[in-house]
Design a protein around this ligand. Sequence first.
Ligand code: PAF
Length: 282
Amino acid sequence: MRTLTRIAELREALAEERKNGRLTALVPTMGFLHEGHLTLIDEARGRCPVVVLSIFVNPLQFGPNEDLARYPRDPEGDAQKAAGRGVDILFAPQANELYRGERSVIVTPLALGEEWEGSVRPGHFAGVLTVVAKLFNIVMPNVAVFGQKDAQQVALVRAMVRDLDFPVEIVVVPTKREADGLAMSSRNAFLDDKSRTRALILSRALGAIELQFRNGEQRVDALEKAGWDVLLGEPEVEVDYLAVLDPDTFRRAQLARNGSVIVVAARVGGTRLIDNQILKTP
Ligand code: PAF
């Protein structure tokens, strides 16, 4: 595995691969790799002969009061894990390599990015889409692999690729969970034992809604109530939102359908967690 920090050297290495007709898969991450990230790498590995993993804690997607400074980092551990999973190139630029000088252009989402994460974290998705667009232009991957864990992010990246004609196939890998149901996330590292136990309420709420849907309930109000009944059992957890959404618009509809997505976000002991579940007609 080669570790590169400069755009020019990465472009040079990938031009060589392209000349030899080798397809490239990109796995964009912010590092502190866990098993969920490693399944993204496995997916990329299975699809293309060249796998690029980017690790960049993107300042543009953090609000002024968010956890940029304390976002967990482990460059050596990440490099070991990436190499062990067969990554060919680890791209780990510094912020001044990706953001040079004054900024005049960013990629801003429209309605699809307005609600849920978009309203709780203003500017977050513009930061995500801008860095993802930059990575696509730098790496020019044939395939890019993302985790379903960030459901609205995935919907926006797909929309950006469609609307701005990026020549890349987006592949989405299901959320990897701990044995007790907690969705894997780098931010889980912040949870102490009590908060770790409390955090299970998120996946339980999703499970309760899913069960109702499988039992034939389609009314969004009733489904959401089933989730809230679970969430309210843990008063220490501050819920930002829980909603059952149309997967194309990320708006609430009256009735849920096959493919509708339940999204939940909450603060647990000072740590903000998100989770989601796609509803499937039995
Ligand atoms: O999902 C993430 O880790 C980030 O939002 C991404 C896609 C790497 C962009 O910084």
